[in-house]
Design a protein around this ligand. Structure first.
Ligand code: AMP
Length: 140
């Protein structure tokens, strides 16, 4: 299927049908912790408007989406004392996409520290809750 499927897990999170470790929300986006973080502080920024990925998205959402990504990248970098921030985004299974609602990954990076595998191990929820709180605190 290459059309938008509203039963995807991020659509359910956006509708409040399943929980998430929420970090930030505005009129255009919701940001929450990735449950299988590749680095401490790994979060996802999800536009509220439905699209499968970047390829079918309305370009009008990119401004507010990237503004939120920048805000969250700065906060995550500060919260984790990171040396840099990796931003990544996958389109279609061939490119590594596993959840089919557009989302941008924000990962604090430290020099010399390897990333954990993509869609690897589920993190402890208490740890995710603490990391979400650290980033919310850095957002001010
Ligand atoms: P991708 O579609 O390849 O960009 O990756 C989807 C990401 O969503 C992966 O990094 C998963 O760990 C993450 N993920 C999957 N289910 C959930 C969930 N319920 N809450 C938060 N993150 C999730």
């Amino acid at each position: 299927m290459t059309t938008y499927d509203p039963s995807n897990i991020f659509a359910k999170i956006l509708r409040g049908e399943i929980p998430c470790h929420r970090v930030y929300e505005d009129a255009h986006v919701l940001a929450f912790m990735d449950v299988m973080p590749q680095a401490d502080g790994h979060l996802l920024v999800v536009p509220k408007a439905p699209s499968r990925n970047l390829l079918d998205a309305d370009p009008a959402i990119f401004g507010p989406l990237m503004a939120a990504v920048q805000k969250l990248a700065r906060a995550a970098k500060q919260a984790f004392g990171a040396d840099g921030v990796l931003i990544k985004q996958f389109n279609e299974p061939a490119a590594g996409q596993t959840v089919f609602h557009l989302h941008v990954h924000v990962l604090p990076r430290h020099v010399g520290m390897e990333l954990r595998p993509h869609s690897g191990k589920m993190a402890d929820h208490a740890v995710l809750a603490r990391h979400a709180e650290m980033i919310r605190a850095a957002l001010g």
